[in-house]
Design a protein. Structure first.
Length: 286
């Protein structure tokens, strides 16, 4: 691949300013793109592009690179693969790439990806074609980007069929969320919806029972079979829990035992434990 163009050396370059603005939600949606840094995240994007069985619509737009910062063979390989996948390579000086990075030490690559291509519409999720049993993760108005990133990453590990965000929710393309997913944002289908009632109707239509996590109402998950079968696990807001509109939409509540002095668990911790409990109940040992 030819790289004859001299590197961008000014942090005031229009392309660099535009990329830095992607740290703000309003600019991500105005530009319809988001920024990704870190070799593991970029490798996950490249893997989804290569995978003929992947349904993810991963479209790289730009790839800011600095060969002086490359260590090992991974960065050059990703530069080649993502460029071949359609990304425009943008050669930058080391100090310029550092302005795009929130890492202590840049790994030499930062890419922008099309934003809306990754989001699915609710009716586009082919839930009726998924072999049962399946798990869907529903997140009710989460506000912390780290929690959302961790939950998406765990959902990917468990094999969750889709993540559904009930608005208003933290932006899945927030840099902290993207980092927290460790690339799973490219692998897990997700969508956003504003009505719990509409979501409840869709879940019923595709054969999923909505089960809410609630420490006060739920039966201890170890003593219950409520997670058996196709389930939509609904996790509530960090401070307020589940919204009142779920009162008539949930088939059951589950909880995790709290044996010490703690009154509650972090939603990402609780969600991870419950997702793996669903996996234990529904999948044979590997």
């Amino acid at each position: 691949m030819e790289r004859a163009n001299p590197p961008i050396t000014s942090v005031r370059n229009a392309r660099i300013i535009g990329a830095r603005k992607l740290a703000q939600r309003k600019h991500r949606y105005r530009q319809d793109r988001f920024l990704v840094e870190g070799l593991q995240l970029l490798a996950m994007a490249a893997e989804q592009i290569r995978d003929p069985l992947s349904d993810a619509d991963v479209r790289p737009l730009e790839l800011f690179y600095c060969e002086e910062l490359f260590v090992g063979e991974t960065a050059p390989r990703l530069l080649r693969e993502l460029t071949e996948a359609g990304a425009e390579p943008v050669h930058v000086a080391p100090h310029v790439l550092e302005t795009l990075s929130e890492r202590e030490t840049s790994q030499g690559l930062a890419g922008t990806f099309a934003l809306h291509d990754l989001e699915a519409a609710l009716d586009d999720l082919e839930a009726t074609a998924w072999p049962p049993p399946g798990l869907i993760l529903v997140l009710d108005r989460l506000q912390d980007p780290g929690n959302l990133g961790t939950l998406i990453r765990t959902a990917d590990a468990v094999g969750v069929r889709a993540v559904i965000l009930l608005e208003p929710c933290v932006d899945p393309f927030d840099p902290k969320t993207v980092r927290g997913t460790m690339g799973s944002l490219f692998a897990v289908p997700f969508t956003r919806i504003e009505s719990a009632e509409a979501l409840s109707s869709w879940l019923t239509r595709v054969g999923y029972r909505a089960v809410g996590a609630d420490a006060r109402k739920g039966e201890a998950v170890w003593q219950s079979r409520v997670l058996a079968g196709s389930v939509a696990l609904v996790l509530g807001n960090e401070a307020r829990g589940l919204g009142s509109e779920w009162n008539d939409a949930l088939s059951a509540y589950v909880s995790l035992p709290l044996l010490g002095c703690a009154e509650s668990l972090n939603v990402a911790v609780a969600g991870g434990a419950l997702m793996y409990e669903w996996l234990r109940v529904n999948r044979p040992p590997i």
